[in-house]
Ligand binder design. Structure first.
Ligand SMILES: Nc1ncnc2c1ncn2[C@@H]1O[C@H](COP(=O)(O)OP(=O)(O)OP(=O)(O)O)[C@@H](O)[C@H]1O
Ligand SMILES: O=P(O)(O)OC[C@H]1O[C@H](OP(=O)(O)OP(=O)(O)O)[C@H](O)[C@@H]1O
Length: 343
């Protein structure tokens, strides 16, 4: 089935979903610099650089969202859907989506948390998390020098803390200070901890004497260790998420894009495992690999033997193969999934 809103040159034909827009949104800029109208398109914000950029491009490719981005242009029209991609810094995406200027976006959960700590969501503004994308996983952690005197977050109260996430850090220390004082958390109380903004290379702040501790993202832990730091607390765990505005202009297209992206994520997360087994061992094998709903079992020409086909989580596959072998499975084969649509 093909999707069109009937305004991008693809007119409604058999099997085409017709334009389901819920009210027109007139954007201040209305056209991109190439003169194309953006008002009839769903706007989808994608990180323009940084850790999430390439994974997002791979996801769009896997979802058959076809576009050509002119060099230096931060807007790209999608050729096969009434959609325009807007390339923005990950940190700004919650603002654009939260204000309803952009319908959909991909960013880190940490960025949404930071935005919401400054601009709390209301019934009509703010973002809705649609899908966890299972990449960009890391943790925003409180870190202090490995060989220093500080060993717990409370030790940083009243001291200097550097971070790029000032709002989440303030929220964290506000709670900590209230806990220590045995009072209610209050936004009006003066914060004892001095939180300073730095835009990057946060890990250098302690060694350079700018901070006693930092709050920064940790993935592998290499940056932190190389800087002589250790984590003493986690402010938030994060991963990349698909978010939508509370007034997304085309809910059906939002659902279609969500389903496609979910299909790609599932395909990356699972593999298809096939094996042959004697029917008498089938129940044991099913316990090892029960599948998403149930394994597909096909009778083989050889008496009492069946062929089984089942989805297994990629990270579990080696262990599952060992265990299937141990219960008598033979000819085990694992196939990478290109794409999927599952419940
Ligand atoms: N080491 C990491 N591992 C996994 N994900 C990360 C890592 N660092 C950052 N991220 C995720 O990517 C998001 C964007 O971070 P990144 O620093 O790449 O952005 P950026 O737009 O290049 O910002 P800046 O210009 O401030 O560095 C973060 O908010 C976080 O969700
Ligand atoms: O635990 P690790 O795997 O070492 O990753 C963590 C590092 O990655 C991010 O920085 P990035 O490289 O994006 O650069 P930045 O410091 O300039 O933000 C983050 O701010 C840490 O410095």
């Amino acid at each position: 089935m093909e999707y069109t809103n009937g305004t991008n040159g693809v007119n409604g034909t058999n099997g085409v979903i017709n334009k389901p827009r819920s009210g027109s949104r007139t954007l201040p800029f209305m056209t991109d610099v190439l003169g194309n109208s953006l008002n009839d398109r769903l706007l989808f914000a994608v990180p323009k650089k940084g850790r999430l950029h390439q994974a997002c491009l791979d996801l769009l490719h896997g979802s058959d969202i076809q576009f050509h981005r002119h060099s230096r242009l931060d807007i790209a029209l999608v050729k096969n859907l009434p959609l325009a991609l807007i390339f923005l810094p990950a940190a700004d995406i919650p603002t654009f989506v939260g204000e309803g200027r952009v319908d959909l976006g991909i960013t880190g959960r940490d960025q949404v948390g930071e935005h919401e700590a400054v601009v709390p969501p209301t019934a009509t503004s703010g973002v809705v998390e649609v899908l966890d994308l299972d990449f960009g996983k890391c943790a925003l952690q409180v870190q202090v020098p490995q060989n220093g005197a500080l060993s717990k977050p409370e030790d940083l109260i009243g001291k200097n803390v550097c971070t790029s996430f000032t709002a989440l850090t303030e929220e964290y220390f506000r709670k900590l200070e209230a806990q220590q004082a045995g009072t209610e958390v209050s936004g009006d109380a003066k914060l004892k901890t001095n939180i300073k903004y730095v835009g990057g290379s946060v890990e250098a702040a302690c060694a350079l004497g700018v901070a006693d501790g930092i709050v920064d993202l940790v993935e592998s832990g290499e940056t932190m260790r190389a800087a002589g730091l250790k984590a003493i607390s986690t402010v938030v765990n994060t991963s990349a998420i698909l978010i939508k505005s509370k007034h997304a202009s085309d809910p059906k297209l939002v659902d279609l894009i969500t389903a496609r992206i979910k299909g790609v994520i599932t395909a990356q997360k699972f593999v298809l495992c096939t094996y042959n087994i004697n029917r008498s061992k089938l129940e044991e094998a099913k316990k090892i690999a029960p599948g998403k709903r149930a394994p597909t079992v096909t009778t083989l020409e050889e008496e009492n033997w069946v062929a089984v086909s089942v989805m297994i989580e990629r990270k579990r596959v080696a262990v599952a193969m060992d265990e299937l072998t141990a219960v008598g499975a033979e000819d085990i084969m694992v196939t990478k999934l290109e794409n999927s649509r599952t419940g």
